[in-house]
Design a protein around this ligand. Sequence first.
Ligand SMILES: [Zn+2]
Length: 149
Amino acid sequence: MTHDPAAMTRDLSTLPAQRPSLYRLAADGRSLDFLFAQCPACQALSFPANAPGCMHCGQAIDASAQVLRPGGGTLLEYVTLHLALAPGLPVPGIVGDIRIADRVVQQGLIAVDDESRLHPGMALRARAQPLASGDGYGCVFVPDRQAAQ
Ligand SMILES: [Zn+2]
């Protein structure tokens, strides 16, 4: 992992989230909180929060069901991509399936240099990463102990 001192000390709170409907900067100024919808019927969390219904039981949900939770989860599987499958993806880059809540799995970019630092079942934390364009921050996942530093 290369540490960019400028990025580490940069005040991200002045930047907008690249996808504000999905995540917000957490109180520590580096981690991300994810925006979920908590179902009023079954209490389960759905993601993204702006879905029209609970992804578990189908109950209609509205903005009042939205809750912020620390972003992170359990790494299920991952692959190193050597082709940019979406604009802005670094190449090579590691993309993983991450369980961010009970029965909620999302794909995310994992900010480690190579797969040898990863294993299925490990805990990941969501972290804000300044966009190359400088006009906002995106979401990457890092091993949990690294995020705690
Ligand atoms: Zn439900």
